[in-house]
Write a protein that binds this ligand. Structure first.
Ligand code: TYM
Length: 339
Protein backbone atom coordinates (compact mmCIF):
# COMPACT_ATOMS: atom_id res chain seq x y z
CA UNK A 1 0.00 0.00 0.00
CA UNK A 2 1.30 3.51 -0.83
CA UNK A 3 2.52 5.74 1.97
CA UNK A 4 -0.23 8.34 1.31
CA UNK A 5 -3.01 5.75 1.39
CA UNK A 6 -1.55 4.36 4.61
CA UNK A 7 -1.23 7.79 6.22
CA UNK A 8 -4.94 8.43 5.78
CA UNK A 9 -5.69 5.21 7.64
CA UNK A 10 -4.57 6.04 11.13
CA UNK A 11 -5.05 3.57 13.98
CA UNK A 12 -4.41 4.30 17.65
CA UNK A 13 -4.40 2.19 20.74
CA UNK A 14 -2.81 2.21 24.17
CA UNK A 15 -1.97 0.13 27.20
CA UNK A 16 -1.20 1.01 30.79
CA UNK A 17 2.24 0.45 32.26
CA UNK A 18 1.06 -1.35 35.37
CA UNK A 19 4.30 -2.59 36.86
CA UNK A 20 7.37 -4.56 36.09
CA UNK A 21 5.52 -7.78 35.32
CA UNK A 22 4.43 -6.16 32.04
CA UNK A 23 1.78 -7.51 29.69
CA UNK A 24 -0.18 -10.72 30.04
CA UNK A 25 -1.40 -12.91 27.22
CA UNK A 26 -4.87 -11.32 27.48
CA UNK A 27 -3.32 -7.99 26.44
CA UNK A 28 -1.31 -9.76 23.76
CA UNK A 29 -4.09 -11.79 22.17
CA UNK A 30 -6.96 -9.41 22.91
CA UNK A 31 -5.33 -6.32 21.44
CA UNK A 32 -1.64 -6.26 20.58
CA UNK A 33 -1.84 -9.00 17.91
CA UNK A 34 -4.42 -6.88 16.10
CA UNK A 35 -2.11 -3.86 16.20
CA UNK A 36 0.61 -5.93 14.58
CA UNK A 37 -1.81 -7.15 11.92
CA UNK A 38 -2.96 -3.60 11.16
CA UNK A 39 0.46 -2.04 10.77
CA UNK A 40 0.86 -3.17 7.15
CA UNK A 41 -2.19 -1.27 5.99
CA UNK A 42 -2.30 1.68 8.38
CA UNK A 43 -0.27 4.23 10.29
CA UNK A 44 -0.21 2.91 13.80
CA UNK A 45 0.08 4.95 17.01
CA UNK A 46 1.07 2.66 19.90
CA UNK A 47 0.68 4.67 23.06
CA UNK A 48 1.99 3.84 26.53
CA UNK A 49 -0.53 5.57 28.74
CA UNK A 50 1.49 6.47 31.83
CA UNK A 51 -0.91 9.21 32.97
CA UNK A 52 -3.75 6.68 33.02
CA UNK A 53 -1.81 4.48 35.40
CA UNK A 54 -1.67 7.42 37.84
CA UNK A 55 -5.47 7.42 38.16
CA UNK A 56 -5.15 4.61 40.69
CA UNK A 57 -1.42 4.15 41.30
CA UNK A 58 -0.54 7.78 41.97
CA UNK A 59 1.19 6.98 45.26
CA UNK A 60 3.55 4.47 43.75
CA UNK A 61 5.54 6.01 40.92
CA UNK A 62 8.99 4.57 41.65
CA UNK A 63 8.75 1.95 38.94
CA UNK A 64 6.70 3.87 36.42
CA UNK A 65 9.56 4.68 34.04
CA UNK A 66 10.85 1.11 34.17
CA UNK A 67 7.31 -0.15 33.48
CA UNK A 68 7.10 2.15 30.43
CA UNK A 69 10.36 0.76 29.04
CA UNK A 70 9.15 -2.79 29.59
CA UNK A 71 5.92 -2.04 27.76
CA UNK A 72 7.83 -0.51 24.83
CA UNK A 73 10.03 -3.63 24.67
CA UNK A 74 6.94 -5.84 24.73
CA UNK A 75 5.16 -3.95 21.95
CA UNK A 76 8.25 -4.39 19.78
CA UNK A 77 8.90 -8.00 20.82
CA UNK A 78 5.34 -8.86 19.82
CA UNK A 79 5.95 -7.51 16.31
CA UNK A 80 5.45 -3.74 16.33
CA UNK A 81 8.07 -2.16 14.08
CA UNK A 82 9.07 1.15 15.68
CA UNK A 83 10.36 2.47 12.35
CA UNK A 84 6.97 2.12 10.68
CA UNK A 85 4.75 2.65 13.72
CA UNK A 86 4.92 5.26 16.47
CA UNK A 87 5.80 3.72 19.83
CA UNK A 88 5.54 6.51 22.38
CA UNK A 89 4.70 7.56 25.91
CA UNK A 90 1.54 9.62 26.44
CA UNK A 91 3.22 12.09 28.83
CA UNK A 92 5.88 12.88 26.21
CA UNK A 93 3.23 14.35 23.88
CA UNK A 94 1.76 17.15 25.99
CA UNK A 95 -1.06 17.75 23.49
CA UNK A 96 -2.84 14.80 25.17
CA UNK A 97 -3.21 16.99 28.27
CA UNK A 98 -4.50 20.02 26.38
CA UNK A 99 -7.12 18.03 24.49
CA UNK A 100 -8.12 16.26 27.69
CA UNK A 101 -8.72 19.60 29.37
CA UNK A 102 -10.83 20.91 26.49
CA UNK A 103 -12.87 17.69 26.23
CA UNK A 104 -13.44 17.74 29.99
CA UNK A 105 -15.32 21.03 29.53
CA UNK A 106 -17.89 19.49 27.18
CA UNK A 107 -18.27 16.08 28.85
CA UNK A 108 -21.34 15.83 31.09
CA UNK A 109 -20.55 14.56 34.58
CA UNK A 110 -23.32 11.97 34.36
CA UNK A 111 -21.66 10.30 31.36
CA UNK A 112 -18.52 9.70 33.41
CA UNK A 113 -20.33 8.57 36.55
CA UNK A 114 -22.21 5.96 34.55
CA UNK A 115 -19.11 4.30 33.03
CA UNK A 116 -19.07 0.70 34.35
CA UNK A 117 -15.29 0.63 34.91
CA UNK A 118 -15.56 3.69 37.17
CA UNK A 119 -18.27 1.99 39.23
CA UNK A 120 -16.15 -1.19 39.44
CA UNK A 121 -12.99 0.65 40.49
CA UNK A 122 -14.96 2.60 43.07
CA UNK A 123 -16.31 -0.65 44.54
CA UNK A 124 -12.87 -2.26 44.49
CA UNK A 125 -11.38 0.70 46.36
CA UNK A 126 -14.13 0.68 48.98
CA UNK A 127 -13.83 -3.15 49.34
CA UNK A 128 -10.17 -2.63 50.17
CA UNK A 129 -11.32 -0.19 52.85
CA UNK A 130 -9.37 2.65 51.30
CA UNK A 131 -12.24 5.14 51.56
CA UNK A 132 -13.50 7.85 49.28
CA UNK A 133 -10.33 9.89 49.43
CA UNK A 134 -8.51 7.53 47.11
CA UNK A 135 -11.11 8.10 44.38
CA UNK A 136 -9.67 11.07 42.57
CA UNK A 137 -10.96 13.60 40.09
CA UNK A 138 -8.50 12.00 37.63
CA UNK A 139 -10.07 8.56 38.06
CA UNK A 140 -13.51 9.92 37.18
CA UNK A 141 -12.00 11.63 34.15
CA UNK A 142 -10.17 8.47 33.01
CA UNK A 143 -12.39 7.89 29.94
CA UNK A 144 -12.17 11.56 29.02
CA UNK A 145 -8.37 11.31 28.96
CA UNK A 146 -8.73 8.13 26.89
CA UNK A 147 -10.98 10.01 24.46
CA UNK A 148 -8.29 12.67 24.14
CA UNK A 149 -5.66 9.97 23.44
CA UNK A 150 -7.83 8.66 20.62
CA UNK A 151 -9.22 11.83 19.05
CA UNK A 152 -5.82 13.55 19.08
CA UNK A 153 -4.79 11.32 16.15
CA UNK A 154 -8.17 11.41 14.33
CA UNK A 155 -7.94 7.63 13.79
CA UNK A 156 -10.33 5.44 11.84
CA UNK A 157 -10.13 2.63 14.35
CA UNK A 158 -9.03 1.60 17.82
CA UNK A 159 -8.04 -2.08 18.31
CA UNK A 160 -8.86 -3.18 21.88
CA UNK A 161 -10.30 -6.04 23.94
CA UNK A 162 -13.97 -6.17 24.86
CA UNK A 163 -13.43 -4.64 28.30
CA UNK A 164 -12.71 -1.32 26.57
CA UNK A 165 -16.00 -1.25 24.63
CA UNK A 166 -17.73 1.11 27.09
CA UNK A 167 -14.77 3.52 27.03
CA UNK A 168 -14.81 3.52 23.25
CA UNK A 169 -18.53 4.17 23.15
CA UNK A 170 -18.01 7.17 25.42
CA UNK A 171 -15.19 8.41 23.17
CA UNK A 172 -17.60 8.30 20.25
CA UNK A 173 -20.22 10.23 22.22
CA UNK A 174 -17.68 12.90 23.16
CA UNK A 175 -16.57 13.01 19.52
CA UNK A 176 -20.15 13.56 18.34
CA UNK A 177 -20.74 16.24 20.96
CA UNK A 178 -17.58 18.09 19.95
CA UNK A 179 -18.45 17.94 16.24
CA UNK A 180 -22.00 19.06 16.98
CA UNK A 181 -20.82 22.06 19.01
CA UNK A 182 -17.87 23.22 16.92
CA UNK A 183 -18.09 21.58 13.50
CA UNK A 184 -16.78 18.32 12.06
CA UNK A 185 -13.19 18.04 13.29
CA UNK A 186 -13.07 14.37 14.30
CA UNK A 187 -14.04 11.22 12.38
CA UNK A 188 -15.92 8.82 14.66
CA UNK A 189 -13.40 6.16 15.74
CA UNK A 190 -14.52 2.55 15.28
CA UNK A 191 -13.63 -0.09 17.85
CA UNK A 192 -11.79 -3.07 16.41
CA UNK A 193 -12.39 -6.12 18.61
CA UNK A 194 -11.44 -9.71 17.69
CA UNK A 195 -14.20 -12.23 18.08
CA UNK A 196 -12.28 -15.17 19.54
CA UNK A 197 -9.99 -13.15 21.79
CA UNK A 198 -12.38 -10.37 22.86
CA UNK A 199 -12.12 -11.71 26.42
CA UNK A 200 -9.17 -14.00 27.09
CA UNK A 201 -9.93 -16.00 30.24
CA UNK A 202 -7.52 -16.10 33.15
CA UNK A 203 -6.39 -19.26 34.96
CA UNK A 204 -9.43 -19.15 37.28
CA UNK A 205 -12.00 -18.68 34.49
CA UNK A 206 -12.59 -14.98 35.11
CA UNK A 207 -11.28 -12.44 32.60
CA UNK A 208 -7.49 -12.51 32.58
CA UNK A 209 -6.43 -9.48 34.58
CA UNK A 210 -3.43 -8.41 36.57
CA UNK A 211 -5.67 -7.39 39.44
CA UNK A 212 -7.20 -10.89 39.73
CA UNK A 213 -3.81 -12.60 39.96
CA UNK A 214 -4.88 -15.06 37.26
CA UNK A 215 -2.58 -14.06 34.41
CA UNK A 216 0.21 -15.57 32.33
CA UNK A 217 2.80 -12.88 31.57
CA UNK A 218 5.12 -12.42 28.64
CA UNK A 219 7.82 -12.21 31.32
CA UNK A 220 6.97 -15.66 32.76
CA UNK A 221 9.62 -18.32 32.16
CA UNK A 222 8.68 -21.61 30.49
CA UNK A 223 8.63 -23.29 33.93
CA UNK A 224 6.35 -20.66 35.41
CA UNK A 225 3.97 -21.07 32.45
CA UNK A 226 3.98 -24.87 33.01
CA UNK A 227 3.21 -24.39 36.69
CA UNK A 228 0.41 -21.92 36.06
CA UNK A 229 -1.23 -24.12 33.43
CA UNK A 230 -0.99 -27.11 35.77
CA UNK A 231 -3.12 -25.23 38.29
CA UNK A 232 -5.62 -23.77 35.80
CA UNK A 233 -9.35 -24.42 36.17
CA UNK A 234 -10.87 -27.00 33.84
CA UNK A 235 -14.37 -28.54 33.78
CA UNK A 236 -15.38 -28.85 37.45
CA UNK A 237 -17.42 -32.01 36.81
CA UNK A 238 -14.61 -33.77 34.89
CA UNK A 239 -12.87 -35.62 37.69
CA UNK A 240 -11.66 -38.60 35.67
CA UNK A 241 -10.34 -38.79 32.14
CA UNK A 242 -13.53 -40.55 31.03
CA UNK A 243 -15.88 -37.86 32.39
CA UNK A 244 -17.18 -35.57 29.62
CA UNK A 245 -15.58 -32.12 29.49
CA UNK A 246 -17.24 -28.84 28.57
CA UNK A 247 -14.61 -27.05 26.45
CA UNK A 248 -16.73 -23.88 26.20
CA UNK A 249 -16.22 -23.23 29.92
CA UNK A 250 -12.78 -24.82 30.39
CA UNK A 251 -9.90 -22.35 30.60
CA UNK A 252 -7.36 -24.79 29.17
CA UNK A 253 -9.58 -25.55 26.16
CA UNK A 254 -10.29 -21.85 25.60
CA UNK A 255 -6.59 -20.97 25.60
CA UNK A 256 -5.94 -23.89 23.27
CA UNK A 257 -8.42 -22.44 20.79
CA UNK A 258 -6.55 -19.11 20.86
CA UNK A 259 -3.10 -20.66 20.40
CA UNK A 260 -3.99 -23.60 18.17
CA UNK A 261 -6.75 -22.34 15.86
CA UNK A 262 -6.17 -25.12 13.31
CA UNK A 263 -5.95 -28.07 15.63
CA UNK A 264 -8.02 -27.27 18.69
CA UNK A 265 -11.31 -28.80 17.55
CA UNK A 266 -10.01 -32.39 17.69
CA UNK A 267 -8.83 -31.86 21.25
CA UNK A 268 -12.22 -30.36 22.15
CA UNK A 269 -14.06 -33.37 20.67
CA UNK A 270 -11.84 -35.76 22.65
CA UNK A 271 -12.41 -33.73 25.80
CA UNK A 272 -16.19 -33.88 25.35
CA UNK A 273 -16.10 -37.59 24.54
CA UNK A 274 -14.07 -38.41 27.65
CA UNK A 275 -11.18 -39.87 25.66
CA UNK A 276 -8.68 -37.34 26.89
CA UNK A 277 -7.93 -36.15 30.38
CA UNK A 278 -7.22 -32.66 31.65
CA UNK A 279 -3.58 -33.56 32.40
CA UNK A 280 -2.94 -34.32 28.73
CA UNK A 281 -4.68 -31.09 27.68
CA UNK A 282 -2.58 -29.11 30.13
CA UNK A 283 0.66 -30.69 28.99
CA UNK A 284 -0.11 -29.97 25.34
CA UNK A 285 -1.24 -26.41 26.07
CA UNK A 286 1.98 -25.74 27.99
CA UNK A 287 4.02 -26.81 24.97
CA UNK A 288 1.93 -24.80 22.52
CA UNK A 289 2.08 -21.71 24.74
CA UNK A 290 5.80 -21.92 25.34
CA UNK A 291 6.49 -22.40 21.64
CA UNK A 292 4.46 -19.28 20.85
CA UNK A 293 5.90 -17.18 23.67
CA UNK A 294 9.56 -18.14 23.51
CA UNK A 295 10.52 -15.85 20.59
CA UNK A 296 8.72 -12.93 22.28
CA UNK A 297 10.52 -13.66 25.56
CA UNK A 298 13.89 -13.71 23.85
CA UNK A 299 13.32 -10.54 21.88
CA UNK A 300 11.96 -8.83 25.02
CA UNK A 301 15.11 -9.70 26.97
CA UNK A 302 17.36 -8.47 24.14
CA UNK A 303 15.53 -5.16 23.90
CA UNK A 304 15.61 -4.64 27.66
CA UNK A 305 19.36 -5.15 27.71
CA UNK A 306 19.75 -1.81 25.89
CA UNK A 307 17.58 0.74 27.70
CA UNK A 308 19.35 3.63 25.96
CA UNK A 309 18.17 2.34 22.59
CA UNK A 310 14.60 1.93 23.92
CA UNK A 311 14.67 5.53 25.13
CA UNK A 312 15.76 6.66 21.66
CA UNK A 313 12.92 4.70 20.08
CA UNK A 314 10.42 6.31 22.47
CA UNK A 315 11.72 9.80 21.83
CA UNK A 316 11.58 9.30 18.08
CA UNK A 317 8.05 7.83 18.40
CA UNK A 318 6.88 10.84 20.45
CA UNK A 319 8.42 13.28 17.94
CA UNK A 320 6.59 11.63 15.05
CA UNK A 321 3.30 11.24 16.96
CA UNK A 322 3.48 14.91 17.98
CA UNK A 323 3.35 15.99 14.31
CA UNK A 324 -0.23 14.70 13.99
CA UNK A 325 -1.10 15.84 17.52
CA UNK A 326 -0.04 19.42 16.76
CA UNK A 327 -2.08 19.40 13.54
CA UNK A 328 -5.17 18.21 15.41
CA UNK A 329 -4.77 20.81 18.15
CA UNK A 330 -4.60 23.57 15.52
CA UNK A 331 -7.92 22.34 14.11
CA UNK A 332 -9.42 22.04 17.61
CA UNK A 333 -8.38 25.51 18.76
CA UNK A 334 -9.59 27.07 15.55
CA UNK A 335 -12.94 25.25 15.75
CA UNK A 336 -13.39 26.37 19.37
CA UNK A 337 -12.45 29.97 18.73
CA UNK A 338 -9.21 29.77 20.72
CA UNK A 339 -6.21 31.45 19.19
P1 TYM B 1 -5.34 -2.00 29.57
O1 TYM B 1 -3.97 -1.51 29.80
O2 TYM B 1 -6.12 -2.47 30.75
O3 TYM B 1 -5.35 -3.17 28.54
C1 TYM B 1 -4.64 -3.10 27.32
C2 TYM B 1 -5.41 -3.83 26.23
O4 TYM B 1 -5.54 -5.21 26.55
C3 TYM B 1 -6.91 -5.60 26.43
N1 TYM B 1 -7.17 -6.67 27.41
C4 TYM B 1 -7.77 -7.83 27.12
N2 TYM B 1 -8.25 -8.32 25.96
C5 TYM B 1 -8.79 -9.55 26.00
N3 TYM B 1 -8.85 -10.32 27.12
C6 TYM B 1 -8.38 -9.88 28.31
N4 TYM B 1 -8.42 -10.65 29.39
C7 TYM B 1 -7.81 -8.57 28.34
N5 TYM B 1 -7.25 -7.81 29.32
C8 TYM B 1 -6.89 -6.65 28.73
C9 TYM B 1 -7.69 -4.33 26.71
O5 TYM B 1 -8.99 -4.39 26.20
C10 TYM B 1 -6.85 -3.29 26.03
O6 TYM B 1 -7.13 -3.22 24.66
N6 TYM B 1 -8.06 2.15 29.16
C11 TYM B 1 -7.10 1.33 28.46
C12 TYM B 1 -5.84 2.07 28.04
C13 TYM B 1 -6.05 3.24 27.12
C14 TYM B 1 -6.44 3.18 25.76
C15 TYM B 1 -6.39 4.53 25.30
C16 TYM B 1 -6.81 2.14 24.91
C17 TYM B 1 -5.80 4.53 27.42
N7 TYM B 1 -6.00 5.32 26.34
C18 TYM B 1 -6.74 4.83 23.98
C19 TYM B 1 -7.15 2.46 23.60
C20 TYM B 1 -7.12 3.79 23.16
C21 TYM B 1 -6.64 0.23 29.40
O7 TYM B 1 -6.58 0.42 30.59
O8 TYM B 1 -6.19 -0.89 28.79
Amino acid sequence: MSETAKASKRILSGMQPTGTSGLHIGNLEGALRNWVRLQDESTLYCCIVDWHSLTTRYADTQQLWEACLILAAEYIAAGIDPKRSMVFIQSQVKEHAELHLLLSMITPLGWLERVPTFKEKRELISDKGEGDESISYGLLGYPCLQSADILLYRPLGVPVGKDQAAHLELSREICRRFNHLYGPVFPEPKSIISEVTAVVPGLDGRKMSKSYGNAIYLSDSADVVADKVKNAFTTTTKLRKTDPGVPETCVVCQLRRVYDPEGYSTSWDEDRAGIRGCMQSKKELTEILNTALEPIRQRRAELLSDKGELENILKDGADRARETAVETMDLVRKAMGLR
